[in-house]
Design a protein around this ligand. Sequence first.
Ligand code: DLL
Length: 448
Amino acid sequence: MIRDREHECMGRGELAQLQGERLAQQVQKVHERVPFYRNLLQESGIDPDKIKGLADLPSLPFTKKTNLRDEYPFGLFAAPLKEVVRIHASSGTTGKPTTVGYTQNDIDMWAEVMARSLAGVGTTDDDIVQVAYGYGLFTGGLGAHYGAERLGASVIPISGSNTQRQLMLFEDFGTTVMCCTPSFMLYLWDVAQQLDLDVKKLPLRVGVFGAEPWSEAMRRDIEAKWDIKACDIYGLSEIIGPGVSCECVEAQSGLHINDDHFLPEIINPDTAEQLPEGEMGELVITTLTKEALPLIRYRTGDITRLTTDRCACGRTNSRMARVSGRSDDMLIIRGVNVFPSQVESVLLMSPHVEPHYKLIVDRKGAMDNLEVQVEISQDLYKEVSDAILSLDDVTTFTEHETLVRLCSQIQKNVKDIIGINVRVGFKEPGSIERSEGKAQRVVDLRQQ
Ligand code: DLL
């Protein structure tokens, strides 16, 4: 369902006009209200009065995550704390978190873009929406909550974790829409198997999965396991939280960006040059209507590409391809750029492994080595364990003929598709740590 036809299906010319006007206003606002931006614009030789429309965008300076850190906690706020009604924060891997603030208008806009996203995956006021993103400083829980409530759906604010209770509520409350990370949905499936719960009999219809990179192969796996539609939702706290963009259930072909509020561009991450539509690069977003924390050309670090072609669902807003990873999560293995999600796609080509894996990067001398640890399927595990028990000459798990063959097949696929040699370590089903929030799949021993 299209919630806001006026904005989601606007003619591109009319939209550009609206975006341009809003851009000019945002630049004026940050210049007036945020000393950081006043200095930045001045240093870049920008006269805010000369910013009139979209054509002026490339002349504007970028905002980076380090700027938010340096101005911790409230230095980039453009509204006085008196007008700020909510504060979220994203946990940095090091040091202080990044703080983000919302005025009441920001909260209303966020609820609205989340309502558009949830409506796009088919949610209505007849649905029961289980929100299993974390509630708290993380934006996932409250973001999905407000959007679902605005649609009039019945919201279950269970938050993350509580694995068995999540499944109990699926059965008892008849949840129809699930919001959580894709890795948590896979974990829930494991637990459902242990409990002998026939998940295909549940009324669950669609999942709204995001907050971490996942692959098309993982989507197919989740859809097949649960017999649901799995849609991708994207966002980041600095910009608003979830709801920057989301797939429609009809096409599942790129995430519709709410580009009347969030102006997207793609740049070359090395040169910072703007790239033409369709080219892969780093997503940069300018907020067009935010009050408490307006950001100009914010470098998200996320790698994707954009299209403005009309979608089969009828929406005309920009669409972004599924995020393949963050530029800072990209591994460089012997000179080859590798995203964990690429390895995931290759692994899931094999029916004998499960979507639970870890990538261990190490350096021996000057050589980077990547070990892919992946769980084998329950069926294969049983076959291998039975054989090991009955054969004297097969002494270890990895020497079993089927595993040796599977190992070479995975190594060949990784080499052919990604272009690197990897070691493969098979793990027993259930032995790789499960995630109840964002999955941590890379262990980089080179930095330790
Ligand atoms: O993860 C907001 C969110 C919550 C999005 C729930 C979707 C669902 P942060 O914690 O600030 O905010 O992390 C933002 O997560 O820059 C991406 O690198 C990554 N990310 C978010 N959604 C996706 C996705 C939330 N669908 C960072 N695919 C972003 C890939 C994603 N990566």
